[in-house]
Design a protein around this ligand. Sequence first.
Ligand code: ADP
Length: 252
Amino acid sequence: AVNRVDSDLGRMEAVKRLKGVEDRRVGSEVFDELTLKTLYKLANSGYLAVLNGAVSTGKEANVFKGITDTDDFVAVKIYRVATSDFKKMQYYIQGDPRFKVRTTNRRQLVQAWVNKEFRNLKRALEAEVRVPEPVTARDNVLLMEFIGEDGVPAPTMRDAPPEDPEEALETILEYMYRLYNVARLVHGDLSFFNILNHCGEPVIIDVSQAMVLEHPLAGELLERDIENMIRDFRRIGVSVSADYMRERITGK
Ligand code: ADP
């Protein structure tokens, strides 16, 4: 199936190279016409040669494994425009001084959202927080470093708890500190579901909703992240208090 190319789309030069988009998927929720165009543009720009294999089907986005022209793996996160949570996106993006989006246009909002995820990843990386390195963002598609080994995606910490929980807690607290004090971001949806265990190293993912500290919701979301971390670590036998975590993260 990986080598099938949709003949209807043969007019687009890039489709010859972008293998793996099976014709039965054309017109589906994920691969609507505009998303296909975006993928072809990415292929034409040399970012993507093959799309092969779904990694995850989430509420808002699907993640695929891609292969680049230079035969490297790349994670391809495709937001579904039709069924994304428009209200949530609006709620989170308003109040972020980086984005002046006053739009009721779904596609524009999703594009701003993808941009936000791209910029948040960059900011986190600059603060030396281990996240997937962003490659490019275009329309509703985000390309980023594929976290895994030999094309096998790394499991989440929920599915593969760390061997040394105390050490994992230390690393995550350090990342939360750097996110807060250097990147000046709060993740906002941190849990073991959004931390991959890459050969024993925690990698934080899904920073699309992460917000700048100036955002009026930032304080509330930090508390939520802290509560989620306490709960997830308790499940693997580590107890930590909210006060301790808050102090480690914010210095207060
Ligand atoms: P969603 O918002 O749909 O939950 P996520 O960004 O959390 O999207 O990704 C969903 C899943 O896709 C993750 O749990 C993980 O299994 C996989 N995934 C996401 N990003 C990457 C990546 N960069 N490398 C490897 N796998 C990834």
